[in-house]
Design a protein around this ligand. Structure first.
Ligand SMILES: NC(=O)c1ccc[n+]([C@@H]2O[C@H](COP(=O)([O-])OP(=O)(O)OC[C@H]3O[C@@H](n4cnc5c(N)ncnc54)[C@H](O)[C@@H]3O)[C@@H](O)[C@H]2O)c1
Ligand SMILES: [Fe+2]
Length: 372
């Protein structure tokens, strides 16, 4: 874990607008910047309410699929020809594709030329991000995740050019998110904060965002799941997701995300559900290496946890209180796959190398078996 004297760089979108009604400021910003050909990247839910953006002359790719893959991205890039500003309007899936579209359009290259860290070298169009779920925090970050259908793995691409010029976080956009998506995306936001907080490269600056994000999820997630019209809870979660996004930048996630990825790529489980299923197991496994921080996490989520069994039981009960079935078997996962999933997760060194405990393939397989 890093200390106050450790160097750290943080990057944010040039402008961040937070709060109810901020969506109404988009059209003026576009006009002030002189953009003439806005291009919206949206999922099916958001393409149906494009009028909220107040743009008269926008074109749109409205076919973003959850957990998008490279063919989905390629279609979006093709549709973007001629635009001068890209607007991601949706959850993490739409915003991640918007980032990649923005660095690929007008450029003589394709995804394989820019995937990975620091390979997208420029951007010739503007970029705006408008989250409509409270989860990924993708609106404030430099990273995008798409699935390579050939290798069945999530490819992380990262570039400062994928950082938005403007992020509009209007909690009103999330009021329509169904209860189960609210639960899943809220757990994702919390997992970003928890994993950054306990990472080997956690940093005091980021710890503050992380802990506040976890507290917001502890206070508001169940409220928003139980009553989607609770405006205060929706705003609290939008803020938690933003803080989670801040954590992702310089610190990023560790074992929780790595071990949940095979559930998304193989079984198409929603990113947040996959995170929830794994969360209690990694929190408990990491507890001995970060006892004080684990106790703070448990307290922020509303239960007391000191010993490993207490942490496991408390975290599981927290997720179950959101209505989530916490058994892998309930999502069609095959027991025969657990060993190869463990090997696949163990290979995600970009995340696992920062986990406070060194987890072997056998440790990971045993977590899957316990969760089964
Ligand atoms: N860039 C990052 O740093 C980062 C971080 C975490 C996750 N991700 C990625 O983000 C993706 C997941 O994003 P997500 O969890 O936001 O889910 P999502 O974007 O896939 O959306 C989930 C579902 O909710 C619907 N939806 C979105 N907004 C809605 C609204 N306001 N009302 C009703 N329905 C709505 C969508 O149509 C979709 O069916 C994954 O691909 C994941 O890998 C990226
Ligand atoms: Fe995530």
């Amino acid at each position: 874990m890093l200390t106050l004297t450790s160097p750290l760089e943080m990057q944010f979108p040039s402008v961040i607008r937070f709060g109810e009604g901020t969506i109404g400021t988009l059209a003026d910003w576009i006009a002030q910047k002189g953009y003439k050909a806005p291009f919206v990247v949206a999922d099916a839910v958001n393409v149906a309410r494009m009028e909220l953006l107040g743009l008269k002359n926008a074109t749109c790719f409205g076919d973003v699929v959850p957990e998008p893959d490279i063919p989905n991205l390629n279609k979006a890039v093709e549709a973007a020809t001629g635009c001068d500003v890209v607007i991601g309007f949706g959850g993490g899936s739409a915003m991640d594709l918007a980032k990649l579209v923005a660095v690929l359009v007008w450029q003589d290259c394709e995804f394989k030329d820019i995937s990975g860290p620091g390979r997208a070298l420029g951007r010739k169009v503007g970029l705006v991000q408008i989250p409509t779920t409270a989860g990924t925090g993708s609106e404030v970050g430099t990273r995008a995740l798409v699935t390579n259908p050939e290798s069945n793995s999530k490819v992380a691409t990262e570039s400062v050019h994928m950082l938005a010029d403007l992020a509009i976080i209007d909690p009103a956009m999330t009021m329509t998110v169904p209860a189960m998506v609210t639960a899943a995306t809220g757990v994702d936001a919390m997992a970003h904060c928890v994993e950054a907080f306990t990472s080997k490269r956690s940093h005091p600056i980021i710890d503050n965002y992380a802990l506040q994000g976890i507290e917001l999820v502890g206070k508001y997630l169940k409220r928003a799941v139980d009553d989607g019209s609770d405006k205060e809870a929706r705003a609290g979660l939008a803020l938690a997701a933003f803080y989670g996004g801040v954590c992702l930048g310089p610190v990023n996630t560790t074992s929780g995300h790595a071990i949940s990825y095979p559930l998304g790529t193989r079984y198409k489980l929603a990113h947040g559900i996959a995170n929830a299923l794994i969360f209690p197991h990694t929190l408990a496994a990491n507890a001995p290496a970060a006892p004080e921080k684990t106790a703070q996490i448990c307290a922020a989520l509303g239960f007391s946890g000191v010993t490993t069994p207490e942490v496991l039981a408390g975290a599981k009960a927290f997720c179950e209180s959101l209505g989530l079935d916490m058994r892998l078997r309930a999502y069609g996962v095959s027991e025969d796959d657990l060993a190869s999933m463990a090997a696949e997760a163990h290979d995600i060194r970009r995340l696992l190398d920062w986990n406070p405990v060194d987890l072997s393939v056998a440790d990971i397989e045993s977590m899957y078996r316990q969760a089964y």
